[in-house]
Design a protein around this ligand. Structure first.
Ligand code: ATP
Length: 301
């Protein structure tokens, strides 16, 4: 029988990420792909509650993970479990933890929902146990968990390279309205990368040019020139991705692009043209649609 007695707790926002462009440079010998992408944190978030528990009577199973969404596994299968396990081991923590995830980020949508929960667990445990690990230490643990976890630890705006683990912080973008549209299909990231064929890519992003636009805060130029090479796989099999992109542009978005491996598609809206009407139009089409805003870098405490 496992008895938990909560003694101290914290709540951490686990924000989603979007890709403002994504290029795949090549396939590595270990099967992973080297990418070059501009990632942006958005305000859409899960809430991760973490509490310190008494040790279990048997001295095992000291980490409990629960989630209010049926599509997300509880316990060991949840990526948040791995984050807690690695952190507890690294800092020789002799207490159990209970993690409760309130899911708001659509699952398996290309928004790094799992990775951001894992990153929030690392930040939360660091605060809860007063470990004072610096960002670099957390990034090192994050790399062991998954490719998107390092970005989710830091947040903000970044150029992300390697398999997703090499980060260069960029100038924060002006706060911008983003409409994220999620069609009712599930796409496996692994399947998308396995089916990527360089010969079928018809538009690659000019990342160097986009970095200049980020530096100058030219969200309009950035939005108009976004490209994601993974659309050549996902949109080929699911034409709804291109239908949503066109819809967003016809509803006033400066530009639209699939996020990560999809299937979610985002539209960037100008200040003088709010996304509300576009959001209603998308919901009428039967898609899930969420209005959010770009967000700044995470502060460790
Ligand atoms: P990425 O953008 O990093 O490729 P994603 O947003 O497409 O990720 P997730 O929402 O992270 O995908 O979900 C991928 C799978 O991971 C899900 O099918 C789910 O079963 C599993 N999973 C494990 N833990 C979590 C979690 N905490 N939140 C969401 N999914 C999780």
């Amino acid at each position: 029988m496992y008895i938990l007695k909560d003694v101290k707790s914290t709540r951490v926002k686990a924000r989603a990420k979007i890709n403002l462009s994504l290029d795949v440079i090549g396939k590595r010998h270990d099967g992973y792909h080297d990418i070059r992408t501009i990632m942006q944190e958005v305000e859409l978030c899960d809430m991760v509650s973490i509490s310190i528990a008494e040790r279990s009577i048997e001295g095992s199973n000291d980490i409990v993970v629960e989630c209010n969404c049926g599509k997300v596994p509880a316990g060991r299968e949840n990526i948040a479990y791995k984050a807690a396990e690695l952190f507890i081991k690294r800092y020789n923590i002799n207490r159990g933890v209970k993690i409760a995830i309130e899911k708001n980020i659509p699952v398996a949508a290309g928004l790094a929902g799992g990775s951001t929960d894992a990153a929030a667990v690392l930040r939360g445990l660091n605060r809860l146990f007063g470990c004072r690990a610096d960002e670099q230490e957390l990034l090192d643990i994050g790399r062991e968990i998954g490719a998107d976890v390092p970005f989710c630890i830091r947040g903000g705006t970044a150029l992300v390279e390697g398999i997703g683990d090499v980060l260069t912080e960029l100038e924060p973008l002006p706060r911008t309205e983003v409409l994220i549209v999620i069609p009712c299909i599930e796409v496996s990231t692994r399947w998308v990368y396995e089916n990527l064929d360089a010969g079928r890519i018809n538009k690659r992003p000019d990342i160097e040019m986009l970095l200049e636009f980020v530096k100058d805060g030219r969200i309009d130029l950035l939005a108009r020139n976004m490209a994601n090479v993974l659309e050549s796989v996902t949109a080929e099999k699911y034409p709804v991705v291109n239908v949503i992109k066109d819809k967003l542009k016809s509803c006033g978005a400066l530009g639209s692009i699939m996020s990560g491996s999809g299937p979610s598609v985002l539209g960037i809206f100008p200040e003088n043209h709010p996304a509300e009407e576009a959001c209603k139009e998308c919901i009428k089409e039967g898609w899930n649609a969420i209005i959010t805003y770009t967000s700044g870098k995470n502060i460790l405490c």
